[in-house]
Ligand binder design. Structure first.
Ligand SMILES: *Cc1c(COP(=O)(O)O)cnc(C)c1O
Length: 399
């Protein structure tokens, strides 16, 4: 009934099928459907639920704030917004924050700031941003143009101008795209939607150097890789470099919609009052939740534990790979964003896993992506890998 009504009333952009779950409840790594069936959630709301479902601290903080005031607009100060900004700045390379509601909006803000800052303080002729092929930066017109994948752009032309594309992990390719109009380079430290491709150290360090030499801004899209997903609070920390601007969203609000664009003091001078705004941006409920998320992730030992779980998970997947060498390709990732390349049948594997109680995400036709909560237990990882093993056996048979 509900699924039929969904078809009738909601625009068909998600291709939901009858076998798509109707989720009614979640707790930790587990979610339940309307029939009471239980699933291990290794999709995590697409890298959003970093602390799992119904995390008590997040629920309480949001609930308390809702009873005080849900929304004020940015005409006024609210305490959670300032607290969150302070905490983000204290825990990152940035000095200033702009709040919005999603990843695309955070990237849109980064693009606008890069252009405005450059026009005011570098060179009014420069506006182009070099991004990576196979990247993903969002679905607004500017961010889908920044996204170096034609399939997201087709049919929406004319696209905004001012973007060029280099090959990811190919410094020379990026260098060759820079010209007298370039103002910035924007990349994901780990390409998420692109299939879990981790940036090489030489590449990111090289981009930093290139930007310094040519007076360009370096923008990192940490919408997916940030907030502990790679077992550091921000993925750039793995590389010993700092971006001039970086963006967050997904896991930031513990499930509440919130995005942030962070930058250095110097670059923040590109924006003046009236240059950018968001009615909902920095909403006090989302910010109150995010303050708790940040507190938990930065708690002593939390990220170390997430890193160990990531290594443990990878080891178990490697063992599985050894048993199915004809079917399993590369296993990639950092921390608890892990991709497993299959030669074929990834969608079928995903569906069979769901039938057996494991939710995972499939990118394209070949890559399984695992995004469990950062506090996932060893036992939950064991159960997930057991289900995967059973399904591989059913689909691929014995080797
Ligand atoms: C998901 C994602 C976005 C878009 O975020 P939305 O909240 O869906 O707008 C942008 N960049 C990256 C790297 C993402 O993974």
């Amino acid at each position: 009934m509900l699924k039929e009504e969904e078809k009738e009333y909601i625009i068909n952009t998600y291709n939901r099928q009858p076998e798509t779950l109707l989720v009614v409840k979640g707790k930790g790594t587990i979610i339940w459907d309307e029939n009471g069936n239980e699933y291990l959630d290794f999709v995590g709301g697409l890298a959003v639920n970093a602390l799992g479902h119904a995390y008590p601290g997040v629920v309480n903080a949001a609930w308390e704030q809702m009873n005080k005031v849900i929304h004020t607009s940015n005409l006024y100060y609210t305490e959670p917004q300032v607290k969150l900004a302070k905490s983000l700045v204290e825990n990152s390379a940035a000095d200033k924050v702009f709040f919005c509601n999603s990843g695309a909006e955070a990237n849109e803000a980064a693009i606008k700031l890069a252009r405005k800052y450059t026009k005011l303080h570098v060179n009014p002729e420069k506006f182009e941003i070099v991004t990576a092929l196979n990247s993903f930066h969002g679905r607004t017109l500017a961010t889908l143009t920044a996204t170096g994948q034609e399939k997201f752009q087709k049919g929406f032309e004319p696209l905004p101008s001012g973007f060029r594309y280099g090959r990811f992990n190919d410094l020379e390719s990026f260098r060759s795209q820079i010209n007298s109009s370039t103002c910035a380079i924007m990349v994901e430290p780990v390409q998420g939607e692109g299939g879990v491709i981790v940036a090489d150290e030489d590449f990111l360090v090289g981009l930093r150097r290139l930007c310094d030499e040519q007076n360009l801004l370096l923008i990192f899209d940490e919408v997916q890789s940030g907030m502990g997903r790679t077992a550091k609070l921000f993925a750039y920390e793995h590389y010993g470099i700092k971006p001039d601007i970086f963006t967050l969203a997904k896991a930031l609000g513990g499930g509440f919609p919130i995005g942030a664009m962070l930058c250095s003091e110097k670059v923040s001078a590109g924006f003046s009052p009236g240059d950018h705004a968001s009615t909902f941006g920095g909403n006090p409920v989302a910010c109150a939740a995010a303050v708790v998320v940040l507190q938990e992730i930065t708690r002593d030992g939390f990220l170390q534990n997430a890193g160990e779980r990531g290594i443990y998970f990878r080891e178990k997947l490697n063992i599985l790979q050894d048993s199915y060498t004809n079917h399993v390709g590369e296993i990639r990732g950092k921390g608890l964003i892990i991709g497993m390349e299959l030669k074929k049948d990834a969608r079928k594997i995903q569906q069979f896993c769901q039938q057996k109680g494991l939710l995972l995400n499939c990118i394209g036709e070949k890559t399984l992506r695992f995004l469990p909560p950062l506090n996932v237990s060893k036992d939950e990882i064991d159960r997930a890998v057991d289900i995967l093993d059973t399904v591989f056996m059913e689909v691929f048979g014995c080797e």
